[in-house]
Design a protein around this ligand. Sequence first.
Ligand SMILES: [Zn+2]
Length: 556
Amino acid sequence: MKSKQEIKVGIYARLSKDDERNGESLSIENQKLILEKYVLEQGWNLIDEYIDDGYSGTTFDRPGVQRLLEDAKCGRINTIIVKDLSRFGRNYIQVGQYTDYIFPMYNIRFIALNDNVDTSNNSAGMDMMPIMNIFNEWHSANTSKKIRAVIEANAKAGKYRTTYAPYGYVKGTDEKKLPVVDEPAASNVKRIFEMRASGISPKHIAMKFNDENIPIPSDYRTQKFGITAYRFSHHLWTCDVVKQILRNPTYLGHLVQLRTTNISYKNKKQIKRPDEEKIIVYNTHEPIISQELWDKVKEIERSVSQGKAQGNQIVHPLSGLMYCEDCGNKMHIGWNNTRHSRKGPRIYRQANYNCGGFKVFGTRVCTSHMIKFEDIESIVLQDIKAKAKLVLENEEQVRNDYLKRQEKDFNTQRINDTKQLKSNSQRILEIERLIRSTYEDKVLKKIPEDICISLLNNYQNEKEQLQKENTQINERIEKLKQQTKNVDEFIKRVKKYVEAPILTREMTMELIEFVTIDKYRPKNDPIPREIHIYYKLIDDVENLDFKRNCQKQDRL
Ligand SMILES: [Zn+2]
């Protein structure tokens, strides 16, 4: 973090009369020398030196340290270096308050050279610091934990704890205060999800809502309930507000609690909780949107691209979904501007996609890979229509073909797996019987103990082996089931486009993962261009090296 930012150091030195009497070896001059040398070695920028000569470290009521803290707060310095913690202060509670709480808040790095303390990393010294403070603070820490435990218990019981219900709901009046659907806000929420599912970006949803003068959630709350939450607002929908709504599972009828937490009892700044710590209580109240719509939105967001809207706010069907086969960069939209006649107005016409690597860095990275809009769109449309036609002609056959493509020997595998699973399970039952009877024989002293133990061991090993095998088979069967589901979903989606007159953004979002284009060839070149269309649900794109390559280069 600090590496990008200029490191502005303030060094602090202190010596009290007591220290001198106790034979502290380091004079102010010596402390300064050590610290200056360190700063110089690190190549950092020394801004100022703060000295307290003849002051005790038990209080912070020292002119030098006060000036140091002022400068740190106002940003004149962002790194404080002392020889050791006791130079900074002898009261470890106060020292801890600075190092644990105040310095992190102001983004100030604190280094105590000899104690190996550096607040920017977790050096061993840092681990010791809480121990230095713990005896004095165990009481307050305990109380904080108790309060947090109560809050968590309430959350798990499905009690709604929040100041406001999210936009689209109002807080209920029942004991649990569960959200109740609130029109017309709820319709707006639904509309946001539907728009997103059709491929419209959060930014454009916000723009649309602003065009229609729909009040933003906080203004709506003020109008309806007279609650003023934010004093400063530009009263406009933003991309972030839309995204927040799209991410909120409350609209599915589930309660998600404890989305934020305090860093610790010392620091009340709120942070987001990791997903696994959130508490979700399912189906607690009336949903505003369906699971299906939610899934559709999630799928759109997983797409390799959200597409880029052109000036006229249209997102072209393949925008952001095309990659250069050779360098892995995204294809950029290129514009050909042609002047119709000398007198007429200049007509801009978007014409083609070009390799982004070539566009930014020229031939050092790649070649143009140019392909016309109309060409690639028609190729993709034809491919989709051909697939749809095949499905309509012989759905079962196509279905099997897709499944086979995902898993070679799909059917044989499935039959063998089922057989194997059955025979394994039978053998496991048999082994269990054998184990029982071996025990009986041992009890009745029919077999010697050592033989009995070796028998039992063998049975146990075999049983474990079979169980392991069964787990693997079950996982494989589960995967095949999921693949079957995916193939069915793809068939359902593609079918409806058999007569599609043009390629639309909705179609590409539903069907296409991405498209790759190889290098440009003139019309009379005998070698055809290679264009690969990777489909959602039926193509195993996760395991393509190509995609990983693409994602690495997405930022270009
Ligand atoms: Zn390229």
